[in-house]
Design a protein around this ligand. Structure first.
Ligand code: V55
Ligand code: FE
Length: 491
């Protein structure tokens, strides 16, 4: 197969496409903390076949579900399999790519008309013993957590009406209810959004639809104790453009970032829309919380314009990656006052892939973690991943002191998003577990799982477990403690 010579398919992003199973791995340095027993599920995009619409984007690569199992005996097992979506099956049977441009059915091979086109490549979600692979443009696909085989599209027991489900859900730490949404809920480029939640057992409680101010790329959302918050970046889908075989997303520098806020278990008719700065973008929210003065605060990673180079190109926005401004920001919306303004407070340097302890979801919190770039990097970043460059630093934000300190990866190292693992020891912040890639030579990579003490990142990793196979960069991950994993097995 010959993939195009673009960053989407070169270097670390070179397609691997191999299902592997490796058992009994051991640390090369340090030892695995006793708290780290369970499963690190990872979503890894990897294309089966080369695209015929060029340039394509890594966002369209087929989803693979990867499992890093931290066994009771201190060994680690590594497995990865393709998510067998209808699209994967159709293309596998044809022996070639049939779907064209990113989320543009008008560029597909006619043989796949009506075939679901999602690749489920973004986040593995675990709730109530059910494992899902998700992507925001279609239904989730249910995965057997033990065989990693695909069970099929998931519609919450036949009741969900939305045609799409986000890759970013939120789980209330007190009730274990799962809060979910979908955009383009009733069809391509529609501004209709769906919002639903389930009880702790995964049973859908209520699904509602509402009209958003525009069809936005709503990649993540966030909850507080009493509110659901929908962040609509000014990145817009237009059916006319898509029908003309154009881009799904056009970023609009003149349009305000909109934030919709409604009661968490309430009615969509009570949605209130706030307006932030024009033309800015953000994909991931670290957290949100309320203060007694009636304000809602949302912490997220903002860029001055859209972070994806292909969307900038399609939107006629000429900003090279190194000129992309932005930072970690707190946006505050006043629910006790009239008006639609948003107050912006800078919190820290640019980055992405925020993580918090599950118990802090939606509550005032003391610390959070995210990936960033090493400011003293010697040499270029390791190229790879969906935006083209891997992260090279892991930061801890202390919200009480405002201090942000962390750990810089050595030169020629890059990392994907971590997962947070709780500690049993009271007062211990827990652990961060992630994959680190080392570029050992031109087109040569070594990969390992690294584990950090979340409360002491500058000390460096406490443990490294080499994974002796070529790994493609991950998007998001999910941690499942061993007792939850085994309970699902018994079910
Ligand atoms: C993102 C990722 C996607 C996607 C849309 O990280 C946005 C943002 C991996 O797929 O389809
Ligand atoms: Fe995401």
């Amino acid at each position: 197969m010959s993939f195009p010579a673009t960053l989407d398919y070169m270097g670390l992003n070179k397609p691997v496409g191999r299902e592997v199973s490796i058992k009994g791995l051991k640390p090369s340095e340090g030892s695995i903390p006793a708290d780290v027993k369970g499963v690190f599920f990872r979503a890894v995009p990897d294309p089966q076949f080369e695209p015929f619409f060029v340039p394509d984007t890594a966002l369209s690569d087929d989803g693979m579900i990867s499992r890093v199992l931290f066994n009771e005996d201190g060994t680690v097992d590594y497995d990865i399999k393709f998510v067998q979506t209808p699209r994967w099956k159709a293309e596998n049977a044809a022996g070639k790519r049939l779907f064209g441009r990113y989320r543009n059915p008008y560029t597909n091979d006619p043989s796949v008309e009506g075939v679901e086109g999602t690749v489920s490549n973004t986040t593995p979600i675990w709730h109530a013993g059910t494992l899902l692979m998700t992507k925001e443009d279609g239904p989730a696909h249910r995965i057997d957590p033990f065989t990693l085989d695909t069970i099929g599209a998931y519609d919450f027991g036949g009741v969900l009406k939305s045609k799409t489900m986000t890759a970013h859900v939120r789980i209330d730490p007190d009730t274990q209810e799962m809060f979910v949404y979908g955009y383009e809920a009733d069809g391509l480029c529609s501004a209709t959004m769906a919002y639903w939640w389930t009880d702790k057992d995964g049973k859908l409680v209520r699904e509602q639809w509402f009209e958003a101010p525009f069809c936005s790329l709503v990649h993540d959302f966030v909850i507080t104790e009493h509110y659901a918050i929908f962040p609509l970046q000014p990145t817009v889908a237009d059916l006319g453009i898509v029908k003309a075989k154009g881009a799904h997303w056009i970023h609009h520098p003149e349009l305000e970032y909109h934030v919709g806020i409604m009661p968490l278990r309430g009615d969509v008719k009570d949605m209130r829309w706030f307006k932030g700065p024009k033309g800015v973008s953000s994909f991931h929210m670290m957290n949100a919380f309320e203060t007694p003065d009636g304000k809602v605060h949302m912490d997220h990673h903002v860029t001055d314009t859209i972070a994806f180079p292909h969307i900038r190109a399609d939107s006629g926005i000429d900003v090279p990656p190194q000129k992309l401004g932005g930072g970690f920001q707190r946006w505050t919306m006043d629910m006790a006052a009239e008006g639609d303004g948003i107050a912006v407070t800078p919190l820290g340097p640019p980055g992405d892939m925020p993580r918090i302890a599950n118990a802090d979801q939606g509550r005032a919190y003391k610390q959070g973690y995210y990936c960033s770039m090493n400011p003293q990097m010697m040499g270029p970043p390791v190229m790879g991943g969906v935006v083209g460059a891997m992260f090279s630093a892991l930061l801890r934000v202390d919200f009480q002191t405002g201090a942000i300190i962390g750990y810089n990866l050595p030169p020629a190292h890059g990392m994907s998003e971590t997962v947070h693992v709780d500690a049993s020891e009271p007062g211990h912040e827990g652990w961060l577990v992630g994959v680190v890639d080392h570029e050992t030579g031109p087109d040569q990579y070594e990969h390992a799982i690294w584990i950090w003490n979340a409360g002491n990142l500058p000390a460096g990793p406490v443990c490294k477990v080499p994974i002796p196979t070529r790994m493609r960069p991950q998007v998001h991950g999910w941690w499942v403690p061993m007792k939850d994993y085994l309970a699902a097995k018994a079910a």
